[in-house]
Design a protein around this ligand. Sequence first.
Ligand code: TNX
Length: 512
Amino acid sequence: VLAAVIAVTAALSVSAQSQAAEPLQSLVPVPVSVQAKSGVTHTLTAATKIYTAPAARDVGDFLAGVLRPSTGYAFPVSDTTGTPSDGISLLLTGAPGTVGQQGYQLDVAANSIVLRANTPEGLFTGVQTLRQLLPASVESTTAQAGPWTVPGTLIVDYPRFSYRGAMLDVARHFHPVSTVKRYIDQLALYKINYFHLHLSDDQGWRIVVDSWPRLATYGGSTQVGGGPGGYYTKAQYSEIVQYAASRKITVIPEIDMPGHTNAAQASYAELNCNGQAPPLRTDIEVGYSSLCVNKDITYQFVDDVVREIAALTPGPYFHIGGDEAHATSDADYQAFMNRALPIVKKYGKTVLGWHEFVKTTTDTTAMPQYWGTSTSNATVQAAAARGQKVIMSPANKAYLDMKYNSSTPLGLSWAGMIEVQTAYDWNPGTHLSGVPESAVRGVEAPLWTETIVTGRDIEFMAFPRLSAIAELGWSPWSTHNWDQFKVRLGNQGPRWTTMSINFYRSTQVPWD
Ligand code: TNX
Protein backbone atom coordinates (compact mmCIF):
# COMPACT_ATOMS: atom_id res chain seq x y z
CA VAL A 1 0.00 0.00 0.00
CA LEU A 2 2.69 2.45 1.03
CA ALA A 3 4.83 1.48 -1.95
CA ALA A 4 1.99 2.36 -4.32
CA VAL A 5 1.53 5.74 -2.68
CA ILE A 6 5.23 6.42 -2.94
CA ALA A 7 5.22 5.34 -6.58
CA VAL A 8 2.49 7.81 -7.46
CA THR A 9 3.87 10.68 -5.41
CA ALA A 10 7.37 10.10 -6.77
CA ALA A 11 6.09 10.27 -10.34
CA LEU A 12 4.39 13.52 -9.46
CA SER A 13 7.46 15.18 -8.06
CA VAL A 14 9.58 14.20 -11.06
CA SER A 15 7.46 16.07 -13.56
CA ALA A 16 4.72 17.84 -11.70
CA GLN A 17 3.94 20.23 -14.52
CA SER A 18 3.90 17.85 -17.46
CA GLN A 19 1.81 15.35 -15.47
CA ALA A 20 -0.59 18.01 -14.34
CA ALA A 21 -3.61 16.77 -16.22
CA GLU A 22 -3.06 13.08 -15.41
CA PRO A 23 -6.26 12.22 -13.52
CA LEU A 24 -4.70 9.56 -11.30
CA GLN A 25 -2.39 12.25 -9.98
CA SER A 26 -5.07 14.91 -9.65
CA LEU A 27 -7.32 13.43 -6.98
CA VAL A 28 -8.36 15.55 -4.00
CA PRO A 29 -8.29 14.23 -1.33
CA VAL A 30 -5.36 12.05 -2.35
CA PRO A 31 -6.21 8.36 -1.83
CA VAL A 32 -4.42 6.00 0.51
CA SER A 33 -3.20 3.85 -2.36
CA VAL A 34 -3.30 4.27 -6.15
CA GLN A 35 -1.89 1.66 -8.51
CA ALA A 36 -1.94 2.55 -12.19
CA LYS A 37 -2.59 -0.23 -14.75
CA SER A 38 -0.31 0.83 -17.51
CA GLY A 39 -1.85 0.81 -20.95
CA VAL A 40 -5.35 0.15 -19.58
CA THR A 41 -8.25 2.56 -19.99
CA HIS A 42 -12.00 2.25 -19.68
CA THR A 43 -14.26 4.34 -21.89
CA LEU A 44 -17.90 5.01 -21.04
CA THR A 45 -20.26 4.63 -23.99
CA ALA A 46 -23.93 5.00 -24.80
CA ALA A 47 -24.30 1.34 -23.86
CA THR A 48 -22.69 1.59 -20.40
CA LYS A 49 -24.96 0.37 -17.61
CA ILE A 50 -24.79 0.97 -13.87
CA TYR A 51 -25.35 -2.05 -11.59
CA THR A 52 -25.86 -1.60 -7.86
CA ALA A 53 -26.24 -3.71 -4.79
CA PRO A 54 -29.93 -3.26 -3.92
CA ALA A 55 -29.08 -1.38 -0.71
CA ALA A 56 -26.98 1.11 -2.67
CA ARG A 57 -29.50 1.90 -5.37
CA ASP A 58 -29.52 5.58 -4.35
CA VAL A 59 -25.76 5.81 -4.88
CA GLY A 60 -26.16 4.35 -8.37
CA ASP A 61 -28.90 6.86 -9.10
CA PHE A 62 -26.63 9.67 -7.86
CA LEU A 63 -23.82 8.53 -10.16
CA ALA A 64 -26.19 8.30 -13.11
CA GLY A 65 -27.40 11.81 -12.27
CA VAL A 66 -23.84 13.11 -12.50
CA LEU A 67 -23.02 11.28 -15.75
CA ARG A 68 -26.17 11.69 -17.83
CA PRO A 69 -26.30 15.46 -18.58
CA SER A 70 -22.74 15.82 -19.90
CA THR A 71 -22.44 12.49 -21.71
CA GLY A 72 -25.99 12.41 -23.03
CA TYR A 73 -25.98 8.65 -22.34
CA ALA A 74 -28.86 6.85 -20.62
CA PHE A 75 -26.92 4.99 -17.90
CA PRO A 76 -29.76 2.67 -16.87
CA VAL A 77 -29.43 1.66 -13.20
CA SER A 78 -30.34 -1.88 -12.18
CA ASP A 79 -29.91 -4.12 -9.16
CA THR A 80 -27.33 -6.86 -9.08
CA THR A 81 -26.35 -9.45 -6.54
CA GLY A 82 -23.42 -10.79 -8.57
CA THR A 83 -20.32 -9.28 -10.15
CA PRO A 84 -21.21 -8.03 -13.63
CA SER A 85 -18.43 -8.25 -16.24
CA ASP A 86 -19.33 -4.98 -17.95
CA GLY A 87 -20.48 -1.48 -17.01
CA ILE A 88 -20.05 0.24 -13.67
CA SER A 89 -20.84 -1.89 -10.60
CA LEU A 90 -21.39 -0.57 -7.08
CA LEU A 91 -21.09 -3.60 -4.81
CA LEU A 92 -21.38 -4.17 -1.07
CA THR A 93 -19.33 -7.36 -1.21
CA GLY A 94 -15.65 -8.17 -1.46
CA ALA A 95 -14.19 -4.88 -0.26
CA PRO A 96 -10.87 -5.22 1.58
CA GLY A 97 -11.36 -5.03 5.34
CA THR A 98 -9.06 -2.02 5.58
CA VAL A 99 -11.58 0.27 3.88
CA GLY A 100 -13.83 0.24 6.95
CA GLN A 101 -17.19 2.00 7.03
CA GLN A 102 -16.40 4.95 4.76
CA GLY A 103 -13.73 3.72 2.36
CA TYR A 104 -13.86 1.85 -0.93
CA GLN A 105 -11.91 -0.08 -3.51
CA LEU A 106 -12.12 1.12 -7.11
CA ASP A 107 -11.02 -1.25 -9.86
CA VAL A 108 -10.99 0.27 -13.33
CA ALA A 109 -10.35 -2.34 -16.03
CA ALA A 110 -10.83 -2.23 -19.78
CA ASN A 111 -14.21 -3.99 -19.67
CA SER A 112 -15.65 -2.84 -16.38
CA ILE A 113 -15.45 -0.47 -13.45
CA VAL A 114 -16.06 -2.13 -10.09
CA LEU A 115 -16.49 -0.19 -6.86
CA ARG A 116 -16.62 -2.21 -3.66
CA ALA A 117 -17.34 -0.97 -0.14
CA ASN A 118 -18.81 -2.19 3.12
CA THR A 119 -21.49 0.51 3.20
CA PRO A 120 -23.41 2.79 0.81
CA GLU A 121 -21.40 5.66 2.37
CA GLY A 122 -18.22 3.96 1.22
CA LEU A 123 -19.58 3.52 -2.29
CA PHE A 124 -20.54 7.19 -2.31
CA THR A 125 -17.01 8.34 -1.49
CA GLY A 126 -15.75 6.00 -4.21
CA VAL A 127 -18.15 7.59 -6.69
CA GLN A 128 -16.54 10.96 -5.95
CA THR A 129 -13.15 9.51 -6.85
CA LEU A 130 -14.55 8.06 -10.07
CA ARG A 131 -15.99 11.48 -10.95
CA GLN A 132 -12.57 13.06 -10.55
CA LEU A 133 -11.00 10.42 -12.83
CA LEU A 134 -13.29 11.51 -15.67
CA PRO A 135 -12.60 14.67 -17.69
CA ALA A 136 -13.67 17.90 -15.99
CA SER A 137 -16.33 18.34 -18.67
CA VAL A 138 -18.26 15.45 -17.08
CA GLU A 139 -19.49 18.05 -14.57
CA SER A 140 -21.26 20.00 -17.31
CA THR A 141 -25.04 20.28 -17.24
CA THR A 142 -25.16 20.15 -21.06
CA ALA A 143 -23.99 17.49 -23.52
CA GLN A 144 -20.23 17.51 -24.19
CA ALA A 145 -18.02 15.72 -26.69
CA GLY A 146 -16.11 13.15 -24.62
CA PRO A 147 -14.41 10.69 -24.99
CA TRP A 148 -15.30 9.60 -21.45
CA THR A 149 -12.13 7.77 -20.62
CA VAL A 150 -11.07 6.60 -17.16
CA PRO A 151 -7.47 5.47 -16.56
CA GLY A 152 -7.02 1.84 -15.55
CA THR A 153 -6.31 1.65 -11.83
CA LEU A 154 -6.77 -0.13 -8.57
CA ILE A 155 -7.43 2.32 -5.74
CA VAL A 156 -7.86 1.36 -2.10
CA ASP A 157 -8.94 4.30 0.00
CA TYR A 158 -10.37 5.18 3.39
CA PRO A 159 -10.42 8.25 5.66
CA ARG A 160 -7.99 9.29 8.34
CA PHE A 161 -10.86 10.82 10.37
CA SER A 162 -14.47 9.68 10.41
CA TYR A 163 -15.74 13.26 10.81
CA ARG A 164 -15.10 15.72 7.99
CA GLY A 165 -17.34 18.72 8.36
CA ALA A 166 -18.27 22.09 6.96
CA MET A 167 -20.30 24.75 8.75
CA LEU A 168 -22.42 27.45 7.14
CA ASP A 169 -23.67 30.43 9.16
CA VAL A 170 -27.15 31.20 7.83
CA ALA A 171 -27.82 33.60 10.73
CA ARG A 172 -25.60 36.59 9.91
CA HIS A 173 -26.78 36.49 6.31
CA PHE A 174 -29.63 34.18 5.44
CA HIS A 175 -28.96 31.75 2.60
CA PRO A 176 -31.91 30.17 0.78
CA VAL A 177 -32.40 26.42 0.37
CA SER A 178 -31.15 26.48 -3.22
CA THR A 179 -27.81 28.00 -2.14
CA VAL A 180 -27.45 25.49 0.68
CA LYS A 181 -28.12 22.56 -1.67
CA ARG A 182 -25.54 23.80 -4.11
CA TYR A 183 -22.97 24.04 -1.31
CA ILE A 184 -23.87 20.52 -0.14
CA ASP A 185 -23.21 19.25 -3.67
CA GLN A 186 -19.80 20.89 -3.63
CA LEU A 187 -18.99 19.42 -0.20
CA ALA A 188 -19.88 15.92 -1.39
CA LEU A 189 -17.29 16.07 -4.18
CA TYR A 190 -14.57 16.35 -1.51
CA LYS A 191 -15.92 13.57 0.73
CA ILE A 192 -17.23 15.89 3.47
CA ASN A 193 -19.74 13.90 5.52
CA TYR A 194 -21.12 16.38 8.11
CA PHE A 195 -22.86 19.66 7.39
CA HIS A 196 -23.23 21.96 10.41
CA LEU A 197 -25.91 24.63 10.04
CA HIS A 198 -25.51 27.65 12.34
CA LEU A 199 -29.21 28.44 12.63
CA SER A 200 -29.35 31.24 15.20
CA ASP A 201 -27.30 34.21 16.28
CA ASP A 202 -27.67 37.79 17.45
CA GLN A 203 -28.75 39.01 14.03
CA GLY A 204 -31.23 36.31 13.08
CA TRP A 205 -33.18 33.16 13.96
CA ARG A 206 -33.53 30.97 10.88
CA ILE A 207 -35.88 28.06 11.60
CA VAL A 208 -39.53 27.80 12.54
CA VAL A 209 -40.22 26.65 16.09
CA ASP A 210 -43.98 26.14 16.41
CA SER A 211 -44.12 26.70 20.16
CA TRP A 212 -42.25 30.02 19.84
CA PRO A 213 -43.43 31.34 16.47
CA ARG A 214 -41.99 34.84 16.73
CA LEU A 215 -38.44 33.43 16.70
CA ALA A 216 -38.69 32.98 12.94
CA THR A 217 -41.27 35.58 11.94
CA TYR A 218 -39.73 38.43 13.95
CA GLY A 219 -36.29 37.10 14.94
CA GLY A 220 -35.68 36.04 11.34
CA SER A 221 -36.83 39.31 9.78
CA THR A 222 -33.45 40.93 9.26
CA GLN A 223 -29.72 40.21 8.99
CA VAL A 224 -26.32 41.88 9.08
CA GLY A 225 -26.57 45.13 7.18
CA GLY A 226 -30.35 45.34 7.63
CA GLY A 227 -31.52 43.21 4.70
CA PRO A 228 -34.73 41.19 4.87
CA GLY A 229 -33.22 38.05 6.41
CA GLY A 230 -35.38 34.95 6.19
CA TYR A 231 -35.92 31.58 7.79
CA TYR A 232 -36.51 27.94 6.89
CA THR A 233 -39.92 26.40 7.40
CA LYS A 234 -39.80 22.96 8.98
CA ALA A 235 -40.46 21.48 5.55
CA GLN A 236 -37.53 23.40 4.09
CA TYR A 237 -35.20 22.32 6.88
CA SER A 238 -36.27 18.72 6.29
CA GLU A 239 -35.65 19.22 2.59
CA ILE A 240 -32.06 20.25 3.39
CA VAL A 241 -31.65 17.26 5.71
CA GLN A 242 -32.92 14.86 3.04
CA TYR A 243 -30.85 16.43 0.30
CA ALA A 244 -27.73 16.10 2.43
CA ALA A 245 -28.65 12.49 3.28
CA SER A 246 -28.88 11.71 -0.43
CA ARG A 247 -25.24 12.80 -0.57
CA LYS A 248 -24.39 10.75 2.56
CA ILE A 249 -23.97 13.95 4.56
CA THR A 250 -25.37 14.25 8.08
CA VAL A 251 -26.84 17.62 9.10
CA ILE A 252 -25.94 19.01 12.53
CA PRO A 253 -28.23 21.85 13.63
CA GLU A 254 -26.76 24.53 15.89
CA ILE A 255 -28.76 26.75 18.17
CA ASP A 256 -26.24 29.01 19.86
CA MET A 257 -26.73 29.58 23.63
CA PRO A 258 -26.53 31.13 26.19
CA GLY A 259 -24.87 33.94 24.19
CA HIS A 260 -25.39 34.95 20.55
CA THR A 261 -29.09 35.09 21.39
CA ASN A 262 -30.19 38.65 20.64
CA ALA A 263 -32.62 37.61 17.88
CA ALA A 264 -34.44 35.30 20.33
CA GLN A 265 -34.39 37.89 23.10
CA ALA A 266 -35.74 40.53 20.72
CA SER A 267 -38.57 38.17 19.79
CA TYR A 268 -39.62 37.31 23.37
CA ALA A 269 -39.32 39.79 26.24
CA GLU A 270 -39.60 36.98 28.81
CA LEU A 271 -36.20 35.59 27.76
CA ASN A 272 -34.55 38.74 29.19
CA CYS A 273 -33.72 39.17 32.88
CA ASN A 274 -35.20 42.67 32.81
CA GLY A 275 -38.31 41.49 30.99
CA GLN A 276 -37.69 43.89 28.13
CA ALA A 277 -37.08 42.87 24.55
CA PRO A 278 -34.03 44.55 23.02
CA PRO A 279 -34.16 45.78 19.42
CA LEU A 280 -33.12 43.53 16.57
CA ARG A 281 -29.45 43.94 15.70
CA THR A 282 -27.82 44.15 12.28
CA ASP A 283 -24.23 45.01 13.28
CA ILE A 284 -21.45 42.43 13.80
CA GLU A 285 -20.50 42.97 17.43
CA VAL A 286 -20.24 39.76 19.49
CA GLY A 287 -20.46 38.86 23.17
CA TYR A 288 -23.22 41.20 24.42
CA SER A 289 -26.29 38.95 24.64
CA SER A 290 -27.23 36.27 27.17
CA LEU A 291 -30.31 34.26 27.91
CA CYS A 292 -31.58 34.83 31.47
CA VAL A 293 -29.98 31.96 33.34
CA ASN A 294 -32.07 32.16 36.52
CA LYS A 295 -35.52 32.11 34.93
CA ASP A 296 -37.38 28.82 34.48
CA ILE A 297 -38.90 30.07 31.23
CA THR A 298 -35.38 29.97 29.75
CA TYR A 299 -35.30 26.19 30.13
CA GLN A 300 -38.83 25.82 28.80
CA PHE A 301 -37.54 27.71 25.76
CA VAL A 302 -34.46 25.47 25.45
CA ASP A 303 -36.60 22.35 25.87
CA ASP A 304 -39.10 23.41 23.21
CA VAL A 305 -36.45 24.48 20.71
CA VAL A 306 -34.30 21.37 21.15
CA ARG A 307 -37.33 19.06 21.09
CA GLU A 308 -38.74 20.50 17.89
CA ILE A 309 -35.44 20.68 16.01
CA ALA A 310 -34.20 17.30 17.27
CA ALA A 311 -37.44 15.76 16.00
CA LEU A 312 -36.63 17.00 12.49
CA THR A 313 -33.02 15.83 12.64
CA PRO A 314 -32.18 12.16 12.02
CA GLY A 315 -28.45 12.63 12.71
CA PRO A 316 -27.01 11.92 16.17
CA TYR A 317 -25.72 15.42 17.00
CA PHE A 318 -27.12 18.70 18.28
CA HIS A 319 -24.74 21.68 18.50
CA ILE A 320 -25.48 24.04 21.40
CA GLY A 321 -22.96 26.75 20.49
CA GLY A 322 -21.72 28.06 23.82
CA ASP A 323 -19.11 30.40 22.32
CA GLU A 324 -18.19 33.91 23.37
CA ALA A 325 -20.69 34.06 26.23
CA HIS A 326 -18.99 37.21 27.52
CA ALA A 327 -22.26 38.59 28.89
CA THR A 328 -22.80 35.49 31.04
CA SER A 329 -20.82 35.07 34.28
CA ASP A 330 -18.80 31.87 34.70
CA ALA A 331 -21.15 30.67 37.40
CA ASP A 332 -24.19 31.38 35.26
CA TYR A 333 -22.57 29.69 32.25
CA GLN A 334 -22.01 26.55 34.33
CA ALA A 335 -25.54 26.72 35.75
CA PHE A 336 -26.99 27.14 32.28
CA MET A 337 -25.10 24.19 30.81
CA ASN A 338 -26.01 22.04 33.82
CA ARG A 339 -29.62 22.39 32.77
CA ALA A 340 -29.28 22.69 28.98
CA LEU A 341 -27.02 19.70 28.29
CA PRO A 342 -29.41 17.13 29.84
CA ILE A 343 -32.20 18.53 27.67
CA VAL A 344 -30.19 17.68 24.55
CA LYS A 345 -29.64 14.18 25.92
CA LYS A 346 -33.31 13.81 26.79
CA TYR A 347 -34.16 14.30 23.13
CA GLY A 348 -31.73 11.61 22.10
CA LYS A 349 -28.92 13.75 20.76
CA THR A 350 -25.20 13.85 21.43
CA VAL A 351 -23.94 17.32 22.33
CA LEU A 352 -21.46 19.23 20.23
CA GLY A 353 -20.47 22.74 21.18
CA TRP A 354 -17.78 25.37 20.60
CA HIS A 355 -14.91 24.32 22.85
CA GLU A 356 -15.65 26.70 25.75
CA PHE A 357 -18.64 24.58 26.79
CA VAL A 358 -16.58 21.50 27.54
CA LYS A 359 -15.33 22.98 30.81
CA THR A 360 -18.87 22.44 32.10
CA THR A 361 -19.14 18.70 31.51
CA THR A 362 -17.15 15.51 31.96
CA ASP A 363 -19.63 13.52 29.89
CA THR A 364 -17.37 11.62 27.51
CA THR A 365 -19.91 11.77 24.70
CA ALA A 366 -19.89 15.60 24.66
CA MET A 367 -17.65 16.87 21.86
CA PRO A 368 -15.85 20.23 21.89
CA GLN A 369 -15.17 21.96 18.58
CA TYR A 370 -11.86 23.78 18.98
CA TRP A 371 -11.89 27.18 17.29
CA GLY A 372 -9.00 28.94 19.07
CA THR A 373 -5.88 30.33 17.46
CA SER A 374 -3.46 28.97 20.07
CA THR A 375 -1.78 25.57 19.88
CA SER A 376 -2.53 24.87 23.52
CA ASN A 377 -5.79 25.02 25.41
CA ALA A 378 -6.05 23.68 28.94
CA THR A 379 -9.81 23.08 28.79
CA VAL A 380 -9.67 21.07 25.60
CA GLN A 381 -6.56 19.21 26.72
CA ALA A 382 -8.33 18.20 29.93
CA ALA A 383 -11.34 17.05 27.95
CA ALA A 384 -9.13 14.92 25.71
CA ALA A 385 -7.46 13.43 28.80
CA ARG A 386 -10.91 12.44 30.07
CA GLY A 387 -11.63 10.67 26.79
CA GLN A 388 -13.73 13.36 25.11
CA LYS A 389 -13.28 13.57 21.35
CA VAL A 390 -12.41 16.89 19.72
CA ILE A 391 -13.40 18.44 16.39
CA MET A 392 -10.58 20.62 15.08
CA SER A 393 -11.50 24.00 13.56
CA PRO A 394 -8.60 26.28 14.52
CA ALA A 395 -9.67 29.74 13.39
CA ASN A 396 -6.25 30.69 12.01
CA LYS A 397 -6.23 27.61 9.74
CA ALA A 398 -9.72 26.32 9.10
CA TYR A 399 -11.94 29.43 9.12
CA LEU A 400 -13.23 30.00 5.62
CA ASP A 401 -14.41 33.51 6.52
CA MET A 402 -10.88 34.82 7.04
CA LYS A 403 -9.42 36.84 4.17
CA TYR A 404 -6.86 35.10 1.95
CA ASN A 405 -4.70 38.25 2.03
CA SER A 406 -5.11 41.96 2.63
CA SER A 407 -6.70 42.56 -0.77
CA THR A 408 -9.42 39.92 -0.44
CA PRO A 409 -12.67 41.87 -0.90
CA LEU A 410 -14.68 39.70 1.52
CA GLY A 411 -14.04 38.26 4.93
CA LEU A 412 -12.66 39.16 8.35
CA SER A 413 -9.08 38.99 9.59
CA TRP A 414 -9.20 38.72 13.40
CA ALA A 415 -7.63 35.23 13.26
CA GLY A 416 -5.19 36.20 10.52
CA MET A 417 -5.10 35.96 6.75
CA ILE A 418 -5.42 32.39 5.52
CA GLU A 419 -3.84 31.73 2.14
CA VAL A 420 -4.34 28.28 0.66
CA GLN A 421 -1.03 26.92 1.92
CA THR A 422 -1.83 28.11 5.45
CA ALA A 423 -5.17 26.29 5.31
CA TYR A 424 -3.35 23.13 4.20
CA ASP A 425 -0.15 23.15 6.25
CA TRP A 426 -1.22 22.00 9.70
CA ASN A 427 -1.77 18.61 11.24
CA PRO A 428 -5.10 18.06 13.02
CA GLY A 429 -3.54 15.14 14.89
CA THR A 430 -0.74 17.19 16.48
CA HIS A 431 -1.94 20.79 16.26
CA LEU A 432 -3.14 21.13 19.83
CA SER A 433 -0.75 20.08 22.58
CA GLY A 434 -2.11 17.28 24.72
CA VAL A 435 -4.73 16.45 22.09
CA PRO A 436 -3.27 13.47 20.25
CA GLU A 437 -4.64 12.09 17.01
CA SER A 438 -6.53 9.43 18.97
CA ALA A 439 -8.52 12.20 20.68
CA VAL A 440 -9.40 13.91 17.40
CA ARG A 441 -12.70 12.89 15.86
CA GLY A 442 -12.14 15.02 12.81
CA VAL A 443 -11.95 18.44 11.21
CA GLU A 444 -14.46 21.07 10.23
CA ALA A 445 -14.24 24.20 8.08
CA PRO A 446 -16.62 26.87 9.41
CA LEU A 447 -17.90 29.66 7.18
CA TRP A 448 -19.24 32.60 9.17
CA THR A 449 -21.18 35.04 7.05
CA GLU A 450 -20.90 38.54 8.48
CA THR A 451 -19.46 39.63 5.10
CA ILE A 452 -20.73 36.75 2.98
CA VAL A 453 -23.98 37.66 1.23
CA THR A 454 -24.47 35.47 -1.84
CA GLY A 455 -23.82 31.93 -3.01
CA ARG A 456 -20.99 33.28 -5.14
CA ASP A 457 -19.45 34.79 -1.99
CA ILE A 458 -19.66 31.38 -0.27
CA GLU A 459 -17.84 29.75 -3.17
CA PHE A 460 -15.12 32.39 -3.29
CA MET A 461 -14.25 31.89 0.36
CA ALA A 462 -14.66 28.09 0.37
CA PHE A 463 -12.72 27.27 -2.79
CA PRO A 464 -9.98 26.26 -2.79
CA ARG A 465 -9.57 26.21 1.03
CA LEU A 466 -12.40 23.78 1.68
CA SER A 467 -10.60 21.22 -0.48
CA ALA A 468 -7.47 21.67 1.64
CA ILE A 469 -9.38 21.03 4.87
CA ALA A 470 -11.15 18.08 3.24
CA GLU A 471 -7.80 16.53 2.37
CA LEU A 472 -6.55 17.04 5.95
CA GLY A 473 -9.62 15.15 7.14
CA TRP A 474 -9.35 12.30 4.66
CA SER A 475 -5.82 11.61 3.51
CA PRO A 476 -3.13 9.89 5.57
CA TRP A 477 -0.59 12.32 7.04
CA SER A 478 2.15 10.38 5.25
CA THR A 479 0.88 11.85 1.96
CA HIS A 480 0.98 15.44 3.21
CA ASN A 481 3.03 17.52 0.80
CA TRP A 482 2.20 21.08 -0.26
CA ASP A 483 4.15 20.96 -3.53
CA GLN A 484 2.18 17.95 -4.64
CA PHE A 485 -1.13 19.13 -3.22
CA LYS A 486 -0.98 22.46 -5.02
CA VAL A 487 -0.64 20.68 -8.38
CA ARG A 488 -3.58 18.40 -7.65
CA LEU A 489 -5.55 21.43 -6.48
CA GLY A 490 -4.68 23.31 -9.66
CA ASN A 491 -6.11 20.40 -11.62
CA GLN A 492 -9.48 20.94 -9.90
CA GLY A 493 -9.70 24.35 -11.59
CA PRO A 494 -11.28 23.18 -14.87
CA ARG A 495 -13.80 21.12 -12.89
CA TRP A 496 -14.77 24.16 -10.82
CA THR A 497 -14.99 26.29 -13.95
CA THR A 498 -17.31 23.71 -15.51
CA MET A 499 -19.40 23.69 -12.32
CA SER A 500 -19.49 27.53 -12.39
CA ILE A 501 -17.86 27.64 -8.97
CA ASN A 502 -16.60 31.15 -8.25
CA PHE A 503 -13.24 30.11 -6.82
CA TYR A 504 -10.31 32.23 -5.68
CA ARG A 505 -7.41 31.89 -8.12
CA SER A 506 -4.67 31.95 -5.52
CA THR A 507 -1.26 32.73 -7.00
CA GLN A 508 0.11 29.94 -4.79
CA VAL A 509 -1.59 27.35 -6.99
CA PRO A 510 -0.58 26.39 -10.57
CA TRP A 511 -4.05 26.50 -12.07
CA ASP A 512 -4.61 24.24 -15.01
C1 TNX B 1 -16.12 34.14 16.22
S1 TNX B 1 -15.67 31.36 16.35
C2 TNX B 1 -17.36 33.56 16.39
C3 TNX B 1 -18.46 33.90 15.49
C4 TNX B 1 -18.03 34.89 14.46
C5 TNX B 1 -16.66 34.55 13.97
C6 TNX B 1 -16.19 35.39 12.84
C7 TNX B 1 -16.93 31.39 17.17
C8 TNX B 1 -17.25 30.15 17.81
N1 TNX B 1 -17.60 32.53 17.26
O1 TNX B 1 -19.55 34.38 16.22
O2 TNX B 1 -18.95 34.85 13.40
O3 TNX B 1 -15.76 34.67 15.03
O4 TNX B 1 -15.01 34.93 12.32
